[in-house]
Design a binder for this molecule. Structure first.
Ligand code: GLY
Ligand code: MN
Ligand code: MN
Length: 488
């Protein structure tokens, strides 16, 4: 059994409060320093309620506790990352920390969840930066002081919100260094915490913790399903926004599409869940086209792959391929309808008890049949599938788990994910595509530069599946009617 964590002795050589390096405050007179210490109201919030998912995060911590009895478990949220000089990227807590605490981006930087082993189970503590001290001036002189970055919750407030007692994170590294007993840490987020544990952990044991937390997220609880639906609903509105401004995009560039979708993501959610792919014309054939600096031309297709991320970090991942002038040409429609048919076959294969690979195989079979029928590859279809020859034009897998990461549960073992079986509560994308590169000499010229992907977010239910993104039309004629209604 590990020894209790006790606060480390304060370090005598503690750094003085850093002044901003930007020269705005070259010096502080004694009188001003004294003046800034007082005259501030008590703003403690005393009527807070726990966050809506407090019961779910407690259940997730209980499952983690049951898997690693008698061991101290350390789950960092991560630190701010420098963008340049004294500016930082927007903070996003690690998925492991957010999953177990419900921690919010505006107060999780440097946060760490620790599960302390007890005779039975564990006791959780959330370590956070407390409110800025007004006595020592950090609240206005330190770059992370509240007058620069905004009010944080006090440790008491955080304890109420998260349903986990909170302590000052600045004392944690020292306490971890002195503590004894078995310990594991989620690596890759907080170098300071890892350094404090360096003699006590092994990569192999830490990986088991990471894998457990990835696999735990394969099946979503009711709260998570609700958040995924919220993410999709905002994403649907974001796609409608884009259709309404296609004329402005034609007058400018793909950036107008990216910016329009981003506005929806920031107003309704936390952010986009991944870099928006706004790929007009031949850019659709670049799978992760995020430069988004190209022309948007009438007569071509727009492949828009985008997802809003909610404040709790659940993201949608939806793709529609739209005729920029509102009507598919004959060839565009032929290719689009083939991808639609493949997606229908893929979605039909998503049900409890099915192998994870089934939906991929079902969609690939339809695409291979079409490619043979069009004379682009020599049959029979079985030969094409066996040799994977369709992949010259289908390029990527037909989907992936979806959740807090767009490619969710990436550390799950092959046997529980790719070789696993679908269960109710799993959520995955079904996203077949066909892509004919501009320089592909093996296809007729008129195919070149056409790329089509259709992507929906599918929840496995007790008796089949539910398409969370069904509100966005998919069939070619329905897409045209929907676009016409929005352009009105
Ligand atoms: N947006 C990336 C993907 O669809 O997987
Ligand atoms: Mn996807
Ligand atoms: Mn996508």
């Amino acid at each position: 059994m590990a020894e209790e964590l006790t606060p480390a002795t304060p370090d005598e050589s503690e750094e003085p409060i850093k002044q901003r390096k930007n020269g705005l405050y070259p010096g502080v007179s004694d009188e001003l320093a004294e003046n800034m210490k007082s005259g501030w109201a008590d703003t403690e919030l005393r009527d807070l309620e726990p966050i809506p998912q407090a019961a779910e995060t407690a259940a997730r911590r209980a499952a983690l506790s049951a898997r690693f009895p008698g061991e101290r478990l350390v789950i960092p949220a991560g630190n701010l990352k420098t963008r340049s000089n004294d500016t930082e990227y927007a903070f996003r807590a690690s998925v492991e920390y957010a999953y177990l605490t419900g921690g919010r981006p505006d107060e999780s930087a440097d946060g760490v969840l620790v599960l302390e082993p007890k005779d039975e189970g564990h006791e959780a503590t959330i370590y956070l930066l407390p409110r800025s001290d007004r006595e020592n001036g950090e609240f206005w002189l330190d770059g992370q002081g509240e007058l620069w970055v905004g009010r944080r919750h006090s440790l008491t407030e955080a304890g109420t919100l998260y349903g986990i007692p909170a302590s000052d994170v600045r004392e944690l590294a020292g306490a971890l260094r002195e503590a004894t007993g078995p310990v594991r840490v989620v690596r890759g987020y907080d170098a300071g915490i890892e350094a404090a544990l360096t003699d006590k952990v092994t990569a192999e044991r830490d990986e088991e913790l990471r894998v457990f937390l990835s696999e735990a997220r394969l099946v979503k609880d009711d709260f998570e399903v609700g958040e995924l639906q919220k993410a999709v609903d905002s994403t649907v509105r974001g796609f409608e926004d884009v259709v309404k401004v296609l004329d402005k995009a034609e007058a400018t560039s793909e950036r107008y599409i990216e910016g329009t979708f981003f506005l929806r993501a920031r107003v309704e959610g936390n952010d986009v869940g991944y870099g928006t792919i706004a790929a007009a014309g031949p850019h659709a054939c670049t799978l992760h086209w995020v430069r988004n600096d190209g022309a948007v031309r009438s007569g071509e297709l727009l492949l828009l792959d985008a997802g809003v991320e909610t404040h709790t970090y659940y993201t949608a991942d939806v793709t529609r391929t739209l005729p920029i002038n509102g009507r598919f040409s004959d060839l565009q429609r032929k290719i689009y309808d083939a991808v639609y048919e493949a997606q229908e076959a893929g979605i039909a294969a998503v049900k409890p008890g099915a192998k994870y690979r089934d939906f991929h195989d079902a969609a690939q079979r339809v695409l291979a049949e079409k490619l043979v029928e069009w004379g682009l590859v020599e049959g029979p279809v079985e030969r094409v599938l066996e040799l994977g020859l369709q992949r010259r034009w289908t390029l990527h897998g037909t989907g992936h788990m979806l959740g807090m990461d767009v490619h969710d549960c990436a550390a799950a073992r092959v046997e529980t994910y790719v070789d696993g079986t679908l269960e109710p509560g799993m959520c995955l994308t079904v996203e077949p595509g066909l892509y004919f590169q501009t320089d592909d000499l093996t296809v007729p010229e008129e195919y070149r530069g056409i790329g089509v992907r259709i992507e929906d977010d599918i929840l496995v239910t007790e008796d089949g599946n539910r398409n969370l993104s069904a509100a966005l039309p998919r069939r070619s004629d329905e897409v045209e009617a929907w676009m016409a209604s929005l352009k009105g």
